[in-house]
Design a protein around this ligand. Sequence first.
Ligand SMILES: Cc1cc2nc3c(=O)[nH]c(=O)nc-3n(C[C@H](O)[C@H](O)[C@H](O)COP(=O)(O)OP(=O)(O)OC[C@H]3O[C@@H](n4cnc5c(N)ncnc54)[C@H](O)[C@@H]3O)c2cc1C
Length: 492
Amino acid sequence: METTEKMKYDVCIIGAGITGAMTARKLAKYNVSVIVLEAADDVAMGATKANSAIVHAGFDAECGTIKARLNVRGCAMMPEEAKELDVPYKMCGSLVCAYSDAEIKHLETLYARGVENGVPDLKIIGQKELREMEPHISEEAVAALWAPTAGIVCPYELCIAACENASINGVVFKTNFRVCDIRKEDGIFAVSNGTETVYASYLVNAAGVHSDEIAILAGEANFPMHIIPRRGEYMLLDRSEGNTASHVLFSCPSANGKGILVSPTVDGNLILGPTAKAIDDRDDTATTSSGLEEVQRGAKHLVPGVNTRAVITQFSGVRPTPVGADGDITKSDFCIFISKAVSGLLHLAGIESPGLASSPATGEYAVALLAEMGLVLTEKETYQKGRPEKIRFRELDDAERAAVIAKNPLYGKIICRCETVTEGEIVDAIHRPLGARDLDMVKRRTRAGMGRCGAGFCSPRTVEILARELGVPMTEITKCGGNSVILNGGEK
Ligand SMILES: Cc1cc2nc3c(=O)[nH]c(=O)nc-3n(C[C@H](O)[C@H](O)[C@H](O)COP(=O)(O)OP(=O)(O)OC[C@H]3O[C@@H](n4cnc5c(N)ncnc54)[C@H](O)[C@@H]3O)c2cc1C
């Protein structure tokens, strides 16, 4: 990093969702200084936190789009990426189910598109094979498009892991930094949150649902796209229902998107959703009774016996749907391009689905574009491809458990009974790179509080551990930053 009277970086990335995180991880291989600015108090707090968690195979995107290319490549990269980052990932395959001759015709279109996009091993299967693969599928489903390379991953864990990896390789992260002003000073970007300014030669706009606003702040007077926020609501079912489906189950897509799906998660739950509703407020992640009714209807269309009473939580995420000048959302592509209006500016904007599946390839492509823009890249000899070891006590056998407890007795204390999370894991989550500072950060890093009791039992203990490890009073510990304090009044 060049040091003048002000700290100047080679690259500043705005947004620590999966797009910014994977770009930071891929840039961290090189001798360049990088800073990531994130408005929220943690990474992975935008669309990356709340989505279907599917690594799509790549037959959905129109042929010839950036989306199609990055999806297929990202899906192919994901197994190695997840392995390097020690993130749970499962290549379980996906099935798009057809209920009529017209829908079978649509499967044929998807099949042909997938083949042209380069998706391997696609196959249209009949009802018998479908029912053998998915015994609970609706008897009215008569055929399906089988894509064995599709998979599932934990999206926020993938993002946190990519950020941890970037961090140990020298990338600087600033959270609670909402960019509100961008200027060019002597050819250098001055990026400010109103109280602090960061300087960089290259600027990467990875601000998700706010990426069109960032483009305008950066000087794009005629940015060719604006974002329509479209919310998707979900229900997450208890692990008891995890075996209801073994593959990602889709209905035939419509102009509105891929429709409601039923899918296992890497943690053994079952996820149902999402809806697709245009909303006004880009950050409105509420759930609604009508939305959740639609989720249940859509899930029962695929799996009539799905036990929606076993819901343990509901949530929603907002898609950054990019709309071009003609206002047609069905033709949308990822808005990834080098700005012509502002030199040194790269847009990774309007990345809606399959942005998660594409993310390793998007990061790789972003680095190539930065090189094209003039960023000099030489490989870093000290680059580490992984992240610090993470112990998942729940997944260990008895002998392995005994060994980790012998090394550190805190792994012998269960704090979250639903998810079998130990004090050792919570302490580790607090002291890792980009460590947890509130209850939800602990939850996303360890799963403490993710279970069916809704964090009722473990929260008080986690608050104590956070306060002890961070050296602050318990009254300062929050649920999710800001004013979300948990305890009022004095401590005894
Ligand atoms: C309902 C739904 C279902 C989906 N399902 C799938 C799926 O199954 N598979 C798949 O591949 N994709 C899926 N996607 C798409 C995927 O989630 C997104 O493409 C991906 O998460 C986008 O990542 P991102 O980093 O571009 O954006 P985000 O994750 O939204 O990150 C952008 C970040 O920028 C930050 N930011 C914004 N403004 C500022 C500012 N002014 N200053 C600083 N920081 C700022 C935000 O806080 C945020 O953290 C789904 C999306 C939704 C909403």
